[in-house]
Write a protein that binds this ligand. Structure first.
Ligand SMILES: NC(=O)c1ccc[n+]([C@@H]2O[C@H](COP(=O)([O-])OP(=O)(O)OC[C@H]3O[C@@H](n4cnc5c(N)ncnc54)[C@H](OP(=O)(O)O)[C@@H]3O)[C@@H](O)[C@H]2O)c1
Length: 308
């Protein structure tokens, strides 16, 4: 009898976990032949799966990576899986403003189009500093992508209709921005939340600034994903997270679905500035929709990255 109860309990738990991890797939089959896609941090996790999916649709895919060895391996793998040879990497370290500027100069020289920019690269909750003395999360997740997008905005406008998709996280809701201390670097989890809130404001302000110019901006929460972010932590934490991720987190391929959806779907065309998850629009907390804060963050970011 005990065995039967155990089997039933096991089966029920399995079905509950499976149901909890159920997500929508992007069903739009639109091709992207002739389009150019740039994905930051496309060498692993969600970014790499996005790269495979968009290369499969015929796009020219460029991944912006800081580690050349990882980038080479990823390009080989993306080419093999997508059967598309039009995949390449360019060196980009979002923790270094000079690297971002050099990347953009080189990109603009070599690439005549930019149809889809995916601001995917991200640092999880870590307390560190970038080369320019910004807190790592704020510096990479927000400021790095802020500078990158601004320097590539001209090309995005020339290639219109174009899209900018920025990976955020629903954890944005646990914090608010402190303009006296944008470089907040005290509690690791909160630094991450703030950087992801900045991604949300950035998307809304970008949408406002590019209204009528053919550039659309979307913020995406990919779900909780079994990606490589735990590599920044101790072995003990990694082992613990492996178990938790196996039970509750979704695979990278599934995590990429809303990004792919925002990249290809016509249904999002009129929703620039929107927040998406699970291949549909989602609601933001009211404080995260404050256009005054979004504008203030944009102006502060311009000053911090020395954007003339
Ligand atoms: N996984 C989740 O549960 C989850 C949930 C919500 C949101 N997100 C967001 O999804 C995005 C993708 O994350 P992921 O889960 O796929 O994590 P991941 O596997 O750790 O991938 C992160 C990518 O960002 C790159 N990166 C980090 N710092 C960089 C820098 N300074 N310059 C250039 N590239 C850099 C990494 O490159 P290296 O390989 O060289 O480190 C890696 O390719 C992130 O923005 C993250 O915040 C993830």
């Amino acid at each position: 009898m005990y065995l039967l109860y155990t089997v039933i309990a096991g089966l029920v738990s399995y079905l509950i976990l499976k149901w909890m991890k159920m997500r929508r797939y992007c069903t739009d089959v639109k091709r992207l032949d002739g389009k150019t896609v740039l994905i930051t941090g496309g060498n692993s996790g969600i970014g790499k799966e996005t790269a495979v999916a968009l290369a499969m649709r015929g796009a020219r895919v460029i991944i912006g990576c800081r580690d050349v060895d990882k980038a080479r391996k990823a390009v080989k793998d993306i080419k093999a899986r997508s059967h598309n040879v039009n995949v390449l990497y360019m060196e980009l370290d979002l923790a270094n403003m000079r690297s971002i500027r050099e990347f953009c100069t080189s990109f603009l020289q070599k690439e005549k189009r930019l149809d889809i920019l995916i601001n995917n690269a991200g640092m999880p909750s870590v307390l560190d500093w970038t080369d320019d003395n910004f807190s790592m999360c704020f510096g990479v997740n927000h400021l790095g992508h802020f500078l990158l997008t601004n320097l590539l905005l001209g090309r995005l406008k020339e290639t219109a209709p174009s899209r900018v998709i920025t990976l955020t996280c629903e954890n944005y809701k646990y914090q608010k921005l402190d303009f006296q201390d944008l470089n907040y670097n005290l509690l690791p989890f909160f630094t991450y939340c703030r950087s992801k809130l900045a991604n949300v404001y950035f998307t809304q302000e970008l949408a406002r600034m590019t209204e009528g110019k053919g550039v659309s901006a979307y913020a995406v929460h990919p779900g909780y994903v079994q990606s490589g972010w735990t590599c920044h932590y101790s072995i003990l934490f990694r082992i613990l997270m492996k178990v938790i991720m196996f039970m509750f987190f979704i695979p990278c391929e599934m995590g990429a679905q809303t990004v792919i959806y925002c990249a290809v779907s016509d249904t999002v065309a009129g929703s620039s500035g929107g927040y998406f998850t699970d291949c549909r629009p989602a609601r933001l907390r009211p404080f995260a929709k404050d256009s005054g804060v979004a504008k203030k963050l944009w102006e502060a970011s311009e000053r911090l990255v020395k954007l003339a």
